[in-house]
Design a binder for this molecule. Structure first.
Ligand SMILES: *Cc1c(COP(=O)(O)O)cnc(C)c1O
Length: 389
């Protein structure tokens, strides 16, 4: 049985007619950049996320870069980021010649550890970028408290977390000062190329973001400030407008798949419960945990953009699964503090032990909505076989 890490074709097939019509509509309009399609999409995301302003942008990375440009990050400013995330989170800081300051993660959620954030705040700190990694919210109340106390801006990297709710029900990306989303095809809501969204409830920041999205000209060709080309294509907006109403049903399916995996891993004797952080004879596989999950309500405490297990012999397991036609990926093999491009920050192995442990042991296994129960059972069965051989 083949189980790819992600297969986008069944989703496309299920809504092909609507998508094809939307694309044709844009073709016929011959209006490709921003315009009516993007404005409509922005309104729909404002309603969905319950936030005041949403702007379509060229990618999740550009959303983060534009956010930092909107708050005027300057060379030598310090921006606190988790050391364990997708590269863009730290890359955008360094691209503006500011200094990324790394912090370690929580061992259960993989998210930024607020206590470590507090330790890293200096007089140069301007902003914190919590990442809602793999689709679960970071501990936002504690981060916002620190931001208030030290007068810092919070930019949420919600690239993997469209539709994720914090413990109080608010959507992530609307809790900090600015939220950044990605519509890269492998995210829970993907467009047909690169795309992103930037959100804020602050009218002043919204105006700066709007202007800097198009080179900073206001009026056009008159520049008080410098921005960039961070525009979204109308084609991407049209695709996203078709897909947004289906997002919750896809998220429900991912949550169902994650719970099924957890149950099957426990039944297979490979784990005792989700959220363990240490290996032992009864916990050869560490399972992800939605820490706010409450069976009584149906909020999206975890949207499982990725379902991440941790195992000691990760690379061997990965090889075994590849041989058995099961797709996997390592998110992420090298934390930022050990990346060559950040050698100038003078970190060494051992500086962020939880992130290093995650980088050495984590493995993403297939979780996309259209997986069948047979495929999920097959994956667990093969992992059990690996441990029994
Ligand atoms: C995907 C991702 C991004 C970047 O989004 P792109 O649309 O690919 O530029 C940023 N941060 C995180 C955590 C991501 O997963």
């Amino acid at each position: 049985m083949k189980v790819p890490l992600l297969d986008l074709k069944p989703q496309y097939k299920s809504i092909k007619k609507e998508l094809d019509e939307a694309i044709l509509r844009v073709s016929e309009s011959q209006q490709f950049i921003l315009g009516n399609e993007v404005s409509k999409m922005e309104e729909e995301f404002e309603n969905y996320l319950n936030c005041k302003h949403a702007y379509g942008v060229s990618s999740g990375t550009d959303a983060l870069l534009l956010a930092l440009m909107a708050i005027d990050i300057k060379p030598e400013d310090e921006v606190i980021v988790p050391t364990y995330s997708f590269f863009a989170t730290a890359g955008v800081v360094a691209r503006l010649f500011a200094k990324p300051i790394f912090v370690d993660n929580d061992p259960i959620t993989f998210n930024i550890d607020p206590q470590d954030v507090k330790k890293k705040i200096t007089s140069k700190t301007k902003a914190i970028i919590p990442v809602h990694l793999f689709g679960q919210s970071a501990e936002m109340n504690e981060i916002m408290k620190l931001a208030e106390e030290y007068n810092l801006i919070v930019i949420e990297d919600a690239a993997q977390a469209i539709g994720t709710q914090y413990k109080d029900g608010r959507f992530v990306g609307t809790i900090g000062h600015i939220g950044c989303f990605s519509f890269f095809p492998s995210k829970n809501l993907g467009c047909f190329g690169d795309g992103g969204l930037i959100t804020t409830n602050d009218d002043k920041l919204a105006e700066i973001i709007r202007i800097k999205r198009v080179h900073g000209g206001e009026p056009k060709y008159y520049h008080k400030v410098i921005g960039g080309n961070f525009r979204l294509d109308a084609l991407q907006a049209a695709v996203l407008r078709v897909k947004l109403p289906y997002l919750q049903s896809w998220t429900d399916k991912r949550k169902y798949n994650a719970n099924l995996y957890n149950k099957l891993f426990i039944e297979a004797g490979l784990a005792e419960e989700p959220g363990r952080i240490k290996f032992d004879a009864n916990n050869k596989v560490l399972l992800p945990k939605a820490i706010y999950e409450n069976i009584q309500d149906l909020k999206n405490y975890h949207i499982y953009n990725q379902y991440i297990i941790r195992v000691e012999k990760r690379d061997e397991l990965r090889e075994f699964l590849t041989k058995n036609e099961i797709g996997t990926e390592i998110y992420y093999p090298v934390p930022f503090h050990l990346q060559e491009c950040f050698a100038y920050l003078n970190h060494k192995k051992g500086d962020f032990p939880i992130s290093e442990f995650s980088a050495d042991t984590s493995l993403a296994i297939p979780i996309y909505p259209e997986l069948t129960e047979e495929q999920i059972s097959y994956v667990v069965q093969k992992i059990k076989e690996f441990f029994n051989q």
